[in-house]
Write a protein that binds this ligand. Structure first.
Ligand SMILES: [Zn+2]
Length: 466
């Protein structure tokens, strides 16, 4: 078998247009070489396919990406791709929720530039997050597409496998797939569309059955990203197929399934304002998710709204993990007085505090104030894993409750099986969707507007097929 040659790489983040924190080079981690191939984990060698890793840049979600950085990074990717000469395939690892002030469709621009370099004969297979946005420009420049089917995401590796496998099959069988899609005028948060509860649990389960249909390779339901006020923001269904007619049918069915379930989309945990979260605290250990400031969805991560309420109400034995503040971290390196909250420009109270006690570990200051423990991280980051607490010598059993900057709980925290409450707090990823500024999103779109008519329109990116 002749050896085939593919390139691998991409860029991934989520950008809230409600966050003032622009993302730049220092926010991104760049995976390259063998590290990137290890992330993908697919045994391309077994299929006589040579891989050329370019880079995969990813960040903790935040605000928009600085235009200059995005353009430079895209140009660098494209020139490295060009230097590889003729390619049989490209595997792109993307997210789909990037926002750049002067670009309507950043991922579309990136993917179109890839197509321009590799030419029409090359197979382009793409992996996305299900909170990504689709456009005609993306669809018409790709040959295969796979997105996560779980939120919270526990199938990242499987998704890379699906996208890789479709690329390998296309190259080894010389049979080129096609991608068709249909936008769905629904746009909710990830917390309202968890795949671990209904209605999404059943809808996503049904994708596995649609995959089995003759002429279908891979089916996807994209929830989209609600905190970007953009034209392209919407849910969608995306189908990779060998038979366009069947692809169109399946696209319509999935689009209707999601549309018909829109009124059942709800939070997967008890929720209410911050006061309710605190008033309803049980005696036993529980978790409060400060959802409006969740950095993994694009929140700034330094808001002190919940902390202020807990201090005002003089509630003891709380653990806050964490609040991001390099300035507070630096103050604590010098003394016991520090300021927290509102320093990133994302709003919320700024509180002056005095530490009873402080120690430093893993780029975090662990501070005791009155009878509350606050983890102040130098950089914006989540605390999703139980090992995050172990690494800071924190034992959750020592506390009455934990406050995390999170929307739905991570699998590790969910595994604790304790009572939990989602505080619908203010911030760049506010869950009060109906009150978000809404200037650019298409109209009508549920739940921003209520309406009853929806007929899915399926396209291959160039032509309307239904
Ligand atoms: Zn996501």
């Amino acid at each position: 078998m002749a050896i085939k040659k593919i390139a691998v790489g991409g860029i991934s983040t989520e950008c809230s247009t409600y966050s003032p924190l622009y993302q730049n080079e220092s926010d991104f981690e760049s995976l390259q070489g063998q590290d990137l191939l290890n992330l993908i984990g697919f045994p391309f060698d077994d299929y006589s396919i040579e891989t050329y890793p370019i880079f995969f840049n990813r960040s903790v979600p935040g605000g928009p990406i600085k235009s200059q950085y995005f353009r430079q990074t895209k140009d660098k990717f494209i020139s490295e791709l060009e230097s590889l000469g003729t390619l049989d395939g490209v595997l792109l690892i993307m997210h789909g929720a990037i926002f750049v002030d002067d670009l309507d469709d950043p991922e579309g621009e990136w993917i179109e530039a890839v197509r321009d370099v590799v030419g029409e004969d090359c197979i382009v297979s793409v992996s996305f997050d299900l909170h990504g946005q689709m456009t005609d420009k993306i669809i018409k420049n790709i040959d295969a597409f796979a997105a996560y089917r779980t939120a919270p995401h526990v199938d990242v590796e499987e998704t890379y496998m699906r996208a890789s496998k479709m690329l390998v099959d296309a190259l080894t069988n010389n049979k080129r797939p096609t991608v068709v899609w249909s936008p769905i005028p629904v746009l909710v948060s990830g917390e309202m569309s968890s795949t671990f509860i209904e209605p999404c649990q059943s809808t996503y389960k049904s994708l596995e059955l649609f995959d089995q249909r003759k002429g279908i390779i891979d089916t996807n339901l994209m929830v989209g990203y609600v905190w970007a006020d953009t034209q392209r923001a919407a849910a969608s269904t995306v189908v990779t197929c060998t038979n366009k007619k069947v692809g169109v049918e399946v696209c319509q069915i999935i689009a209707k399934l999601y549309w018909n379930s829109r009124h059942q989309l709800k939070f997967d945990m008890r929720s209410g304002n911050i006061s309710a979260a605190i008033n309803l605290l049980p005696k036993n250990f529980s978790i409060i998710a400060d959802s409006g400031d969740n950095p993994t969805a694009g929140g700034v991560g330094d808001r002190a709204d919940v902390l202020e309420e807990v201090l005002n109400k003089k509630i003891d034995h709380a653990l806050f993990a964490g609040i991001a503040s390099e300035s507070a971290y630096n103050e604590l390196k010098k003394g016991i007085e520090f300021n927290i909250g509102g320093n990133f420009g994302g709003g919320g109270p700024n509180i002056e505090l005095i530490a009873n006690n402080v120690y430093f570990k893993e780029q975090c200051a662990i501070v005791k104030v009155q009878n509350i423990t606050i983890v102040i991280s130098k950089r914006r980051r989540p605390f999703h894993y139980l090992s995050d607490f172990d690494n800071l010598n924190l034992n959750l059993q020592d506390y009455r409750f934990l406050v995390v900057k999170s929307g739905y709980l991570s699998p590790d925290l969910q595994g604790l099986s304790c009572p939990s409450f989602m505080a619908l707090s203010n911030g760049a990823v506010n869950q009060d969707l109906k009150n978000l500024d809404n200037h650019q999103r298409k109209r009508p779109i549920f739940p921003f507007q209520e309406f009853n008519e929806f007929v899915p329109e399926v396209s291959d990116g160039s032509n309307l097929l239904s």
